[in-house]
Write a protein that binds this ligand. Sequence first.
Ligand SMILES: [Zn+2]
Length: 485
Amino acid sequence: MQIPRPFAIAIDDLGWMDGENEGYLGKGPYRVGIKRKMDISDYEAVISLAKKVGVRLQGLFILGELDRENVARNIPTITPTQTVWKDTKSSLQIEVMDLVKSHSANLEFGLHGVGHEYWPDDSGFFKRAEWYNLDDKKPWPEQSIRTHLDCFVKIMAQYEMTAVHNHSFPKTFVPCAYSYYWNPSPSFGEYSMGAILKEYGVRYANTDFTMIPECSPPIDGGFDQGVHVMNRFNYGNLWHMIGQLPMIPIKYQNTDFIETHWPNLLAQDTFLQEEVTQKWVDYYREVNNHPKRYCSKNTAQHHSQFLYCKYTKLTKKEHSIVIDNTEMPMDDQHQTVAQNLVLKIPIDRTKNEHFQQISLDGKAIPAYFEFDDYAYLFLPKLSNQKYTLDYTIGKQLPQDIVWHDSTCNINTIDFPKDQIRINGIFYGEQSIQFLTKKEIHSVNSNNPLLEILSWKKTSNGIDISFSAKDMQGVKADLLLGFQTG
Ligand SMILES: [Zn+2]
């Protein structure tokens, strides 16, 4: 028995207002590779897919053309000439960023870059790419990298994406054109890209490691001073291909992140969009039906599962599973990333089978879900030890557990007096379902950044609608009060 490998796509190059690629001429940047203006519907298509497959898709944003105050103009390495960035403010820019902010349940706002390339001198020609000099195989100056990050922060602020408005800096980074400077143990006079990214708030990154052989990155991923960097490949859906899915079959894909670019999820014209989105929905279903893979709900969960796949062993017994997590490193870096663990076990839903009772070393697990021929068990963060998961299969749904069809991370559940406490990271505006027969009389959050909008009783328990104020997610406890006796 195996821990299922996580599957997620990373979507590069969101944020461009103009789709036309100028990169092949060496002066203007690589953009989307579609010769038209990008529109609000191009974002709606991505969000619609995410909703249909029940995940929070990883979006990687370029902010250069969303710069309404021309803050990028003063930084020569971000722009080829003074005229590249349109200084016209448009209502579409506001509309796009409002949409992104209000749909953080299904679309993650990740860091990609400002200008995408790097203009080292006044020749007008760029080098690839924004975060590392791939052409000459050497890093850009540290101060320059910081200037680019500061510029990203300043453009975010033009849309009230600031701490004052409760928003954090992106937690995810994907370098433009794989320009990652992998140097986790810098010598005197060098810097670690991870250390700088972490200062700003980044915790996760993915890139194609084969593009920087001179940096000798670990092909199976690793930590760069607090940032967990995973490898990713392109499986045939090239960056400019409209409506193109990976061509290499899922069973041959050996990275857990699948590279995609915005056009891969879009259609030639509006009337064809539904068809393209459906192809991706079917693709996600194919992943779900693969016995050793599952679709991770969000980036944090994806990275967590990656570590469990690497270090944790399962042994199946008759009505139990022994989980050996003794190999998991106990350092801060691993312990920060390894959170909840997902198990995927076949059940016969045609016979109305459920995991009726589940316990991990005698304690409740926080969340459960069923889809197609599988049950998904969400375990809490594991310590450096062996556990036994006991279960019974029956006709009843499990009780006092989250029915996990949201995109949040449900990390733990416990039962202080007359209360149920659910700890997790909550994203955007959505709802979670809790299976219970208890008489719930109150639902509260212990963090003002997680607002409970409403809750109602359902046939199986309760349904809680909430709004997480930070678009990068809010860590909080949900407290459910119930009547005893
Ligand atoms: Zn890109």
